[in-house]
Design a protein around this ligand. Structure first.
Ligand code: IYR
Length: 224
C-alpha cells in the first residue's frame, strides 16, 4: 500500500512511448491549427449534451486555489438573445463611432467587423462566461478567489478548443463595456461578464479572413 498524505491520492498518469507521444502532439497541433474564428453562423440546432460536455471540459481548467471562479450562462431563449444582441450592438455602435482609436479600427479592417452582431441571434447557443471576482458562501459571506482573470481565461481557452474539437465554431466576442450582461442575465454582484461565445455550425457560405499564425521562432525563445 503506497503512502500518501492526508487529502492526497496517488496520481493517475498515462505515459506514451516516444513515437506515440510525438504523434499525439502532432495530431493535436494539426487539429488546433484548423480552428478559425467564425462570425457567420447557421441556425442549425446542436445537441444540448454536446454543449454540456464542452462546458465540463472547460471546467477542468486549472484555477487559483482550485476555486473554479467561473460561471457559464447558456442562452437559447430567443427573446433573451434578442435583448443581448440589441444591447451589444448599441455598445458596439458607440465603439465603432468614436470610442475605438483610428489605429484600432485600422487593425480590424482585415476582419471586416462592424457594430452589427447578427451571430448573437443566429447561433443556437450563446455562452456568456462570467468571472466570479469573489465567492458568496451559503451564509452570504464573501470568500476570496485568486488569479481570477488567468483562471477564467484558461477555462475559456479550453472551452474554445473543445468547441472546435466537437466540429462546431465560435467567436470570442467582447462587447465593451459588457456589464449589461450581468443585468440582462440577472447575475449576482460577484459575477462579471468575461466573454460571450456564440456556438453552432458555420453558415454554409461562411468566409474567414486570410491570416497566418506566427512561426515557432517568432513566438518562442529557447534557452538551451
Ligand atoms: N468588440 C468589437 C471590436 C473588436 C475588437 C477586437 I481586439 C477584435 O479582435 C475584433 C473585434 C467587435 O466585436 O466588433
Amino acid at each position: 500500500m503506497a503512502h500518501t498524505k492526508d487529502g492526497f491520492q496517488l496520481l493517475e498518469h498515462k505515459e506514451y512511448p516516444q513515437e506515440e507521444m510525438l504523434e499525439r502532439a502532432k495530431r493535436l497541433f494539426l487539429q488546433a491549427n484548423e480552428r478559425r474564428t467564425v462570425r457567420e453562423f447557421s441556425d442549425r440546432t446542436v445537441a444540448k449534451e454536446v454543449i454540456e460536455l464542452v462546458l465540463k471540459t472547460a471546467s477542468t481548467a486549472p484555477s487559483g486555489a482550485n476555486k473554479q471562479p467561473w460561471n457559464f450562462c447558456v442562452v437559447t431563449n430567443p427573446d433573451i438573445k434578442a435583448i443581448i444582441r440589441e444591447a451589444a450592438e448599441k455598445e458596439e455602435y458607440e465603439n465603432y463611432h468614436g470610442r475605438m482609436s483610428e489605429d484600432w479600427l485600422d487593425d480590424l479592417k482585415k476582419f471586416g467587423t462592424d457594430w452589427h452582431k447578427p451571430f448573437i441571434t443566429t447561433a443556437p447557443y450563446i455562452i456568456v462566461a462570467f468571472k466570479k471576482t469573489y465567492d458568496l458562501n451559503a451564509a452570504g459571506e464573501k470568500e476570496k478567489n485568486y488569479y481570477v482573470n488567468e483562471s477564467v481565461g484558461l477555462a475559456c481557452g479550453m472551452l474554445i478548443n473543445a468547441i472546435h474539437h466537437a466540429g462546431l465554431v465560435t467567436v470570442t466576442h467582447t462587447p465593451s463595456p459588457m456589464n449589461f450582461l450581468q443585468k440582462v442575465l440577472e447575475r449576482p454582484e460577484n459575477e462579471k461578464a468575461f466573454l460571450l461565445l456564440p456556438v453552432g455550425y458555420p453558415a454554409e457560405d461562411a468566409a474567414v479572413p486570410v491570416i497566418s499564425r506566427k512561426e515557432l521562432e517568432d513566438m518562442s525563445v529557447w534557452y538551451e
